[in-house]
Design a protein around this ligand. Structure first.
Ligand code: SME
Length: 165
């Protein structure tokens, strides 16, 4: 059984280093992309403070993201590339750090409680294959240290999982 360890959140760099080590241990020896996404979302939702949603959207085609494993309230299933925070991240090829979702035109509100959002890209040798999306009920919840930490977790997930059909 995997037991997530409580970690000190006062030093964000140390927090994310510890969380990255826990995620590596959790995914070690497993390459199933759905199982690993489910456990990654669960670990993040359990360990990262002040979240109301954490999960995955995967590119089903060049034009559309489809919901993957997540923790939180049920969410919108399909997001067009270029739409919302997630689709904009894919279109621009960059992480999106949104301090207040009310100030982001086109934000897709899956949970009315969400006030800030962090979306990072999932990438492998062939390019972007999806996003990891975190929502918080607190405005301004995420900063550059959270972005760097979550980008590292997304890279650990991407390296662990096989997407061969
Ligand atoms: N807010 C996202 C949609 C996904 S939910 O937050 C789970 C967006 O604007 O793309």
């Amino acid at each position: 059984m995997f037991a997530a360890k409580t970690i000190d959140t006062s030093d964000k760099a140390a927090f994310y280093r510890d969380l990255a080590a826990q995620l590596k241990a959790l995914l070690d020896g497993e390459s199933d992309s759905i199982a690993n996404a489910a456990n990654t979302a669960a670990l993040i939702f359990q360990m990262v403070p002040d979240l109301n949603w954490a999960g995955f959207y995967f590119l089903a085609s060049d034009e559309e993201l489809v919901l993957g494993p997540f923790q939180g309230k049920p969410a919108c299933v399909r997001i067009a590339v270029g739409q919302g925070v997630c689709g904009t991240a894919v279109e621009l090829g960059t992480s999106m750090l949104i301090k207040d979702v009310h100030d982001f035109p086109g934000h897709i509100a899956c949970d009315a409680d969400s006030r800030s959002e962090l979306v990072v890209l999932l990438e492998d040798d062939e390019g972007v294959f999806g996003v990891l999306d975190l929502d918080s009920p607190l405005p301004g919840r995420f900063d550059k240290a959270d972005q760097a930490g979550i980008e590292t977790l997304a890279a650990i997930y991407a390296a662990s999982s096989s997407f061969e059909d």
